[in-house]
Design a binder for this molecule. Structure first.
Ligand SMILES: [Zn+2]
Length: 428
């Protein structure tokens, strides 16, 4: 029997309301016991004094780029980056080539992940065929093939009737519909937020309402159908307020925030150029404050990264031509600790919940807790480790981040997936 004993860590398991110093025993890849002073033989003993021990982190929003864009990222490299960042599970978006709109693509991703993955990979199918927004995919067939949710992320389904249909299917078949909210016409040709910085740089900007209009529309459709709507990467104060309104009305709506949307404003575009270009864009300080308040009061349920690798030659094309998006798997934990936990915006338990049991519940996956008998996905974090982001050391194939060189406090130091260490910077 293989046993791993993690001694004297600060165990934070929000699903089980555990927030205490204790030992944790992993046996044969399962959580075996949590207790005050576990006396047992073990194959390996990890001294977690001063460290936080959480359920393996879950990033419910990443782009792994395989199949089709392996020069940006592969399932192997993207899940390596996940492991380095403390994540044991990721949900990957459907905008591959071919698009994850057929069972064969879902099956390919799942088999690649089995063979080469350093993290559990959960597949999202596309809402519409080839992401064109014109016709629904065969949702039941994709669920059968292993898809756990549906998203046209990167694009907004502009046809409200198609959105009504997929949300009606969600109500019937129980899966999340995860939506990227930007009205295409208001958003066309824009490369950043519409505001002070876009005027200064003379760049085409997208107004907050481009996002808010779709958030409002989809909440109404979720109310009408009873489906589960998940709003991806909320960036506006209006979006947060609309989700709050939807929840008050009893609509099944959840929302997520990204580190870049709580850590940066549109001003970052002046400094980081295309490494601060993403959709939805970085907004104003008022929006950042609203996103943080949304995380605080529970309006925004989860924290995810929108890890979106692009090759250097693509990001070198300038603001007008470069593709939107930044990598995020390796900088999420330190940004959450440095900007939300150490500043007192979120308690440790609140922040950990948003990266473990909450995304697990949204995705209906059997992860995100340290319950006895559950799969031993565990993350160890040193809350006081100070280090600067060094993108040259990234496990991702891409380098597009605005956070390079930034000194942050609170880093993942060990990732355990299925009882096996997938990444460690401490002695085991
Ligand atoms: Zn998106």
């Amino acid at each position: 029997m293989h046993r791993m004993l993690i001694r004297n860590g600060h165990i934070v398991d929000p699903a089980n309301r555990i927030d205490a110093i204790a030992d944790l025993l992993i046996c044969e890849g399962k959580i075996n016991h949590i207790g005050d002073r576990i006396e047992t033989e073990a194959n390996s003993v990890i001294d977690a004094t001063g460290l936080i021990v959480t359920p393996g982190l879950i990033d419910m929003h990443v782009h792994l780029r395989e199949p089709g864009f392996e020069y940006k990222e592969t399932i192997a490299s993207g899940t390596r980056a996940a492991a380095v960042g403390g994540f044991t599970s990721v949900a990957c978006m459907a905008n591959t080539n071919p698009v994850a709109d057929s069972p064969s693509v879902i099956e390919f991703i799942q088999s690649q992940a089995q063979k080469e993955g350093s993290a559990n990979v959960f597949s999202l199918g596309s809402i519409t065929q080839n992401l064109t927004g014109e016709a629904l995919t065969d949702v039941p067939a994709l669920l059968e093939a292993g898809a756990i949710g549906f998203s046209d992320d990167g694009k907004t389904v502009m046809n409200a009737e198609l959105m009504r249909q997929v949300l009606a299917l969600s109500a019937k078949l129980n899966f999340p519909v995860m939506v990227h909210c930007e009205e295409h016409n208001l958003n066309a040709g824009t490369v950043m937020n519409l505001g002070e910085t876009s005027r200064k740089l003379n760049l085409p900007g997208s107004p907050n309402m481009a996002e808010d209009i779709i958030v409002a529309r989809d909440i109404m459709l979720a109310e009408f159908t009873g489906g589960h709507l998940h709003i991806l990467h909320v960036s506006t104060a209006g979006g947060v307020e609309l989700i709050r309104w939807g929840k008050r009305r009893g609509v099944h709506v959840t929302g997520e925030a990204m580190p870049h949307h709580f850590a940066l404003t549109e001003a970052a575009v002046e400094v980081h150029c295309t490494n601060a270009k993403m959709h939805p864009p970085l907004r104003t300080q008022a929006d950042v404050d609203a996103v943080i308040e949304g995380l605080r009061d529970g309006t925004l349920d989860a924290i995810a990264t929108d890890h979106a690798p692009h090759a250097p030659f693509e990001k070198a094309r300038g603001m007008l031509e470069a593709p939107p998006g930044i990598i995020g798997l390796e900088t999420c934990v330190p940004l959450v600790f440095d900007r939300l936990i150490h500043t007192g915006q979120l308690t440790l338990s609140e922040a950990v919940a948003k990266m473990t049991c909450v995304p697990a519940n949204i995705l209906r996956i059997d992860r995100g807790t340290l319950s006895i008998g559950s799969v031993a996905d565990v993350t160890l974090i040193d809350p006081n480790k100070v280090a600067a982001v060094d993108v040259t050391q990234s496990a991702s194939k891409s380098r597009n981040t605005p956070f390079n060189g930034l000194e942050l406090r609170g880093w993942p130091v060990m990732t355990i997936r299925d009882g096996v260490v997938t990444q460690s910077t401490i002695e085991a």
